[in-house]
Design a protein around this ligand. Structure first.
Ligand SMILES: [Zn+2]
Length: 348
């Protein structure tokens, strides 16, 4: 099933039916359900008794295999780090591809951390799949998620295939970061923008999922309902709220307590909170409205009134610089102490 805000996207897509492109790039904001849409579309393309609007029937053998994750004409390719996620049956992860013995040019294969990239071994395995005929006599469908995770070698290998597409194969690329894709890949795909729901629609959907305080969460998630849902179930929510209290304290922010308390959390997570908080402070300074933490409006206004806008902008650059290296091994405690000390100094 697709999400309720995607029915318009689905209907628009039917205009492609008569001339289905060999590669479709589904793009849009993170957390709006693009992957589920792509999987549903794959099912619709493989279904052996689709409804007039292209919806899969859910009962034919093709639909059943797809839902069980073992349709022979379907592949989904994700980074190893995402392969364990629920709802991705049949994912061809890097481990399986690497076992096929191809000594790729990617580093980190022996590291214990699962790769966040789609690697060339995975794309090569895909090309083997695309090179053989259909098992069921219909289309073969490949989902690549997220397309921005393709590393350079993998993207180039895929590009060769997109330039000379094998007959009967449909590639569905899913991306929240089109700016990170090779322009040559983009130009080989039919681009398909995906809808971010209106706030009211997203809020009522979240309420139906049993989420309390939907509007605040939705704001913090930048309007993306699935990201808001993830926030609602976020085991780190208490610590996030604690961090917001620290940031709200301005000059009284306890930088060392922040280092001590937050050091066990992933660096990107904490940097994301800090970055959004500073964005909201800047919005306050420029008479805009806070985007991410509207529920902390009063604290934001109180802090922003004491800050120098150019010093704040410089500080934001410092946080952004840290984000650029956030996936490298860092001493989280020192990074946090330094950043929260820098934040406190803004109020000196
Ligand atoms: Zn079916």
């Amino acid at each position: 099933m697709i999400y309720p805000w995607q029915t318009g996207d689905w209907e628009r897509l039917q205009q492609l039916r008569s001339h289905w492109p060999h590669a479709l790039l589904l793009h849009g904001q993170a957390g709006i359900g693009k992957l589920r849409f792509a999987q549903h579309l794959a099912q619709g393309l493989l279904c052996e008794a689709p409804k007039p609007n292209g919806e899969p029937c859910d009962t034919c053998p093709a639909c059943k295999w797809l839902m069980q994750g073992n349709h022979p004409d379907y592949r989904i390719v994700v980074p190893e780090a995402l392969a364990g996620e629920a709802g991705m049956p049949g994912a061809e992860d890097g481990e399986k591809a690497a076992e096929k013995g191809d000594k790729g040019d990617d580093d980190g294969k022996k590291s214990r951390t699962p790769s966040k990239e789609i690697r060339i071994e995975q794309v090569r395995a895909l090309l083997d799949f695309a090179g053989v005929g259909s098992h069921r006599g219909g289309l073969r469908v490949v989902v690549l998620y997220p397309a921005e995770a393709l590393n350079v070698a993998a993207a180039n290998a895929l590009l060769k295939t997109l330039e000379e597409p094998p007959a009967g194969v449909v590639f569905l690329l899913v991306s929240a970061r089109v700016d990170r894709l090779l322009p040559t890949i983009i130009s080989r795909c039919r681009q398909w923008p995906m809808t971010t729901p209106a706030p009211e629609a997203a809020e009522s959907w979240l309420a139906a999922q049993g989420v309390a305080g939907a509007s605040g969460l939705l704001a913090e998630a930048g309007g993306a309902p699935l990201a808001a849902l993830a926030l609602a179930h976020d085991e780190n929510r208490t610590l996030r709220d604690w961090t917001i209290v620290q940031l709200s304290a301005g000059a009284a922010c306890d930088a060392f307590a922040c280092g001590e308390t937050l050091q066990k959390l992933p660096v990107p997570l904490v940097l994301g909170w800090l970055q959004r908080w500073v964005y909201d402070l800047l919005a306050e300074r420029t008479a805009g409205r806070p985007r991410y933490f509207p529920q902390a409006n009063a604290a934001l206004a109180h802090c922003a009134a004491k800050l120098d806008a150019s010093a704040l902008a410089r500080y934001l650059k410092t946080v952004t610089r840290q984000r650029a290296v956030e996936n490298h091994p860092l001493n989280a405690r020192l990074v946090f102490e330094e950043l929260f000390l820098g934040y406190r100094e803004l109020f000196a």
